[in-house]
Design a protein around this ligand. Structure first.
Ligand SMILES: [Cu+2]
Length: 122
């Protein structure tokens, strides 16, 4: 019963990240329940790499700022789902759960050429 409630919270977006992390620490959710992620996205040389991924709803994408001393700023704005990493410091990670099915394009607020296509299926 408890895990059903937690799974439901996975779909509401980044606000659920903290309780999900707490649940993982508590051993409430298994890896299988969370899917195969997180999917790692590099931002080295001002590029999202890979530039396109296919994931399942509820899975996590981890944006790693592994690009020397540069700031990055991943964001997504759509009717179905939005997020904004804020300015991302070198050496830091930013995790996003994609809670809805769809086709999305993540951009960088600092480097307009950076694009990541995300295909989310159920
Ligand atoms: Cu960038």
């Amino acid at each position: 019963m408890q895990s059903l409630l937690l799974l439901r919270s996975l779909r509401v977006g980044k606000a659920a990240a903290a309780p999900v992390a707490a649940a993982i620490l508590a051993g409430v959710l298994t890896g299988a329940a969370l899917g195969a992620g997180p999917y790692l996205i590099s931002q080295r040389d001002r590029e999202f790499k890979p530039g396109e991924i296919a994931i399942r709803r509820g899975e996590t994408v981890r944006f790693s700022n592994d690009d020397g001393e540069l700031l990055h700023h991943a964001y997504l704005s759509s009717d179905a789902f939005s997020f904004d990493s804020g300015d991302q410091q070198p050496g830091s990670n930013f995790d996003v759960v994609f809670p809805v099915v769809g086709e999305f394009t993540v951009l960088c607020g600092i480097h307009p050429k950076m694009k990541l296509r995300v295909h989310v299926t159920r």
